[in-house]
Ligand binder design. Structure first.
Ligand SMILES: Nc1nc2c(ncn2[C@@H]2O[C@H](COP(=O)(O)OP(=O)(O)O)[C@@H](O)[C@H]2O)c(=O)[nH]1
Ligand SMILES: [Mg+2]
Length: 330
């Protein structure tokens, strides 16, 4: 439970589109620790909303392991591990979040879910406890192009996170092909470069780091070590996630946050697109004399589905509309 979190916990939030590999990444880290019998008590929630899992995390990466993999990877930051030193143990909480493309939830519901969780772990008036140590944003390197869904996830993540916190962000590419598959590998490396130059450049300039997740536990642990600042004691700095500042410190309602405002714009565009589509479908149905029944039925069910979707978008948009008073005060 969220209330169980303590100021000794290192909290790392994992974000990204559905299917980016968030749950797999977390599983990879936790499995290893289950095997080693190092599991502390579980914080996994019963719902599939935001779930968090606490493990006792031991620094296990020797000098030679990650550098061999990262050396061939000049775009990535070099993991510069000091020579063997006594193991350090930390209580690590990994937080799994839904993407902004959930099948069950609208984007607004997802935003609320994440924001509420971040609000609960942040006790106002107390200055040390439960800071977020880092955010991992996961991206499938196998995606041939950057889809609208992926862009939406990335934009929403940036707005939630805030520029100050970019230094504590790991941009993690997942689903790397095997070393043996040279053709696919070089294609993925080209995409990685494109991401770094055209999509992630601003974040990188402002301190975010890029990593590859190679499915091995060492790979995941290396990323967490780096980003959570487990080794350099930096986790007590004053950095905070933007939406936490907004809803906890500035007491803003979700529609008034940067993420909320951005989502309002996106939802407005979505409603326009849905309206256009519905008009087109209606025209098609009007001119449908002679079309066979199966085609007609399909058009009709498409129309009904679209109308339901639009209802939901319109509802979200009105929820996201800042009240007159709200705008005055923020
Ligand atoms: N080939 C491959 N498949 C992966 C990898 N990571 C995740 N998957 C698969 O991709 C799918 C989505 O992963 P999941 O962790 O559920 O994504 P989430 O929606 O972000 O939590 C699952 O079927 C995983 O088994 C990876 O590194 N390589
Ligand atoms: Mg998942």
């Amino acid at each position: 439970k969220v209330e169980d979190l303590t100021c000794n916990d290192v909290i790392v939030v994992v974000m990204g589109p559905t299917g980016a590999g968030k749950s797999t990444f977390i599983q990879t880290v936790t499995d290893r620790h289950y095997d080693n019998n190092e599991v502390g008590h579980s914080l996994r929630s019963a719902t599939s909303e935001v779930s968090s899992l606490r493990i006792t995390f031991k620094r296990q990466i020797s000098r030679s392991q990650p550098s061999s993999q990262l050396a061939q990877n000049p775009g990535n930051v070099h993991l510069n591990h000091p020579s063997a030193q006594p193991e350090k143990r930390s209580s690590l909480v990994l937080v799994d979040t839904p993407g902004f493309d959930d099948t069950e939830k609208s984007d607004l519901e997802v935003l609320k879910t994440i924001a509420e969780w971040l609000k609960k772990v942040c006790v106002p008036g107390q200055n040390t406890p439960t800071r977020i140590s880092g955010i991992l944003y996961l991206h499938r390197i196998t995606d041939v192009r950057i889809s609208g869904t992926v862009l939406k996830n990335f934009d929403m993540f940036q707005k939630l996170c805030g520029t100050d916190f970019y230094r504590r962000v790991a941009l993690v590419t997942t689903m790397w092909p095997d070393e043996s598959d040279k053709v696919t590998l070089s294609e993925c490396e080209r995409r990685e470069k494109e991401l770094e130059e055209n999509y992630w450049n601003v974040m990188i300039t402002m301190g975010s780091h890029v990593y590859r997740f190679t499915k091995k536990a060492e790979s995941a642990e290396g990323i967490i070590n780096e980003i959570a600042g487990l080794e350099d004691g930096k986790r007590h700095d004053e950095l905070r996630v933007e939406i936490q500042k907004e809803i906890v410190l500035q007491q803003k309602a979700i529609p008034s946050t940067k993420a909320g405002r951005h989502l309002h714009g996106l939802t407005e565009e979505l409603v326009l697109r849905q309206n256009n589509l519905m008009t087109r479908l209606q025209t098609e149905m009007k001119h449908s004399a002679g079309l066979d029944q199966a085609v007609l039925d399909e058009l009709l069910s498409e129309f009904i589905r679209l109308r339901e979707e639009r209802e939901r978008s319109v509802r979200d948009m009105s929820d996201l509309k800042e009240s007159w008073m709200g705008r005055l005060f923020h």
